[in-house]
Write a protein that binds this ligand. Structure first.
Ligand code: AMP
Ligand code: ZN
Length: 478
């Protein structure tokens, strides 16, 4: 497998440090609000990588944290008049629900920053002892960037002019260097109000955000992890600072591969809370979109390429998922032909191999799905030519290849199961379709049309073929 690494800026061959076992850390949601589908573009790539690594036979330790103490969670709790833990719990649950809705495999663990405070304190003590951090007059402990000569290697923003900094804060007067960042912050009134205060050798306070990830990653996965993930905005300063802290503390390389996911955009602008141009998974579900279509949309572009969110895109994804579901159903229900197969098994194997090669090449999903569509097209053509019949061996091979591909993409199974929820439905539709056929046979066209319109209103399209009426769902419910 080859993976693009943001640190070396190269696409390199990936082998886990310990054979057979891959360690991955992904920066998780800040649980102060519902995650939007921009966040979920990044998280969907986490799930894709997770599924892919397992598909390739690795054991995977995949940790995604919850940032449950930082400025935003504290302000959010104070505004809601809640304790910090009460406030964040709502959004932890929401994230887990949304992840399930989108068909994510369960990750190995979701550490909460607040559950690792003693380890964070010990980590900072180690940095102070090594001369990598210092206590300032305001009671904060800062990381001394000048003590780490590789600072800036990831982002190229290591310059002493403080490149990449948006503004000068009051705390800058406390620092030895404007690039220094807080590892530990002394308790403020708002922190006390919501219960975001812990003891430390430097007095009551709370950890800095960058520190949280370094400590959770190294204490759960070891000093050197195989892959570290995050959205592109985290590259600087978050990940730059994680490297500086972790490598100063352990003396070992922190992460062997850095994978960054490009931001989801809306109308060419970043989808974000502050711009107010965001959608949540639950909003899209309320509008009637299928979870599998949302998932397909989020995975439709390569993770280092632009992806622009539009409703047209979501409609296209709905149609694509529908096509796959129909394809599987057609194949599953096709009558067996007599005689030998017609080479579909070999073609299924060939396209499955191409699918795997595309993912081996820096998780190239668009190329992988192109292999999937070629398979669908070839098999459909074959079925059309053979009156819808297929040899049993061919059918099993194609269904097997489709299942293998879907083990990574995770859309067909998801679409089928989400339809099952609306499930009883299927029988009712079938009954109505038959009632309409009878009405037509009796030349009662008024009844037949009324049934057709009723089904159309539910997003179900009928197609009258010589073999009977076929129905497909063009969209899920109103
Ligand atoms: P946050 O909850 O703000 O800590 O963000 C959680 C994750 O979502 C981080 O990895 C961010 O980089 C990522 N993220 C934020 N906005 C977007 C976006 N518009 N598109 C993709 N990823 C995003
Ligand atoms: Zn992080």
């Amino acid at each position: 497998m080859k993976l693009h690494d943001s640190l070396t800026r190269r696409t390199r061959r990936f082998e886990p440090l310990r054979p057979g076992r891959v360690t991955v850390y992904g920066c998780g949601p800040t649980v102060y609000d519902f995650a939007h589908i921009g966040n979920f573009r990044t998280f969907a790539v986490y799930d894709l990588l997770h599924r892919y690594l397992r598909w390739r036979g690795h054991e995977v330790d995949f940790v995604v944290n919850f940032t449950d103490v930082d400025d935003k969670t504290i302000t959010g709790a104070a505004d809601a008049g809640l304790r910090l833990a009460e406030h964040t719990e709502t959004f932890v649950k929401a994230f887990l629900d949304d992840a399930k809705t989108l068909g994510f495999l369960p990750f190995s663990g979701h550490p909460r920053a607040t559950a690792h405070i003693p380890a964070m304190v010990a980590f900072v003590e180690g940095l102070v002892e090594r001369g990598s951090a210092y206590l300032a007059a305001d009671g904060s402990v800062y990381y001394a960037v000048t003590s780490f000569d590789r600072y800036g290697r990831l982002s190229g923003k290591g310059g002493e002019d403080g490149a990449g900094r948006a503004r000068i804060d009051a705390e800058d007067f406390e620092k030895r260097d404007p690039r220094d960042f807080a590892l530990w912050k002394p308790a403020q009134a708002a922190d006390r109000e919501v219960g975001a205060v812990w003891d430390s050798p430097w007095g009551p306070g709370r950890p800095g955000w960058h520190l949280e990830c370094s400590v959770m990653a190294t204490s759960l996965l070891g000093d050197t992890i195989d892959i570290h993930l995050g959205g592109e905005d985290l590259l600087f300063p978050h990940h730059e600072n994680e490297i500086a802290q972790s490598e100063a503390a352990t003396g070992e390389p922190f992460a062997r591969f850095w994978v960054h996911v490009k931001h989801l955009k809306v109308d060419a602008r970043k989808m974000s809370k502050s711009l107010g141009n965001f959608h949540t998974v639950r909003e899209l579900l309320d509008e009637g979109y299928d979870p599998a279509a949302i998932r397909w949309t989020l995975l439709s572009a390569h993770h280092r390429s632009e992806l622009n969110f539009t409703r047209d895109g979501l409609d296209d994804a709905t149609a694509a998922v529908q096509r796959l579901v129909d394809f599987r159903r057609r194949l599953r229900d096709s009558p067996a032909s007599r005689g030998d197969g017609r080479g579909l098994a070999a073609r299924a194997a060939e396209h499955l191999a191409a699918f795997g090669r595309a993912l081996d090449d820096d998780l190239n999903v668009p190329r992988a799905t192109a292999a999937l569509w070629t398979l669908v097209k070839e098999v459909n053509t074959e079925l059309d030519g053979a009156g819808g019949r297929v040899a049993r061996t061919d059918r099993e091979a194609v269904l097997g290849a489709l299942a293998e591909m879907d083990a990574v993409l995770g859309v067909v199974g998801l679409a089928e199961s989400s339809r099952k929820v609306a499930g009883a439905d299927e029988e009712r539709v079938q009954t109505l379709v038959e009632a309409r056929e009878q009405a037509r046979a009796a030349r009662d066209f008024a009844t037949a049309d009324r049934i057709r319109d009723e089904l159309a209103a539910e997003g179900i399209r009928l197609e009258d073929t010589p073999g009977g009426t076929r129905w497909t769902r063009v969209r899920t419910g109103p």
